[in-house]
Design a protein around this ligand. Sequence first.
Ligand code: ZN
Length: 257
Amino acid sequence: MQVMKKVLFLLGLSFLFIGCMGPDRSNDLVVIDAGHGGHDSGAYSGGKKEKDIVLQITKRLYKELKSKGYKVVFTRNSDRFLKLGERTRIADHKDAKVFISIHANAIANKSRYNVVEGVETYFLQKTRDERSQRIAARENASVLKGTDKLSQDVIIDAVLNGPKIIHSHKLAIDVQKGMMKNLRNKYPDVKNGGAKPGPFYILVGASRPSILIEVGYLTNPKERARLITSDYQKRIAKGIAEGVDKYLDNRKQQQGF
Ligand SMILES: [Zn+2]
């Protein structure tokens, strides 16, 4: 009986140990993309530039993913502009499991600055929703400079029906949930904008599941004040990393390896 107890105890310990180690992520590459950069500041409000805030969050995300054992590649890790082709070339790295582009939102209508807020995650899909179209148009403006309307439609139609969309949608849901969980632990009033379709061109080129995150509205004073703090940025980064974990775990289970 005594021996049996010892065996059970050791067995319990070893399960605990394996559980703590977590899954092996050393073959999982995540490409992370801080939006804009260089001459392209992205959204600008209250003296804060989108390109700076998203670079800070992307660097925090790099640390989070590395600590979980992932391989991680930046599209940019300094204040420089990348053409759409350069971004997608890096995004389409042959080993990449997922591509994550990070942005911050803004609205034009000043009378609604205090009203419009929240965290949103987009996957590539055409939509009739006017708000999503407006946000995509703003984000697309700098990356599509010099591309005519016809080739824009050709690019977007080429990927819309592939299996990538289903996976991107699932990834978007898991990442959005991860962010909301971590943010609401301390900031219960953060608005959940959900996982939504949107015609974002930065997501077109990557053949892997790809999402674009709008971490919040720079035009909203409360959200802007939070977005520049390290605590809020860390919660976003942690939430994204947990979402990637969950998505890849589910995918591996479905594929049976
Ligand atoms: Zn942006």
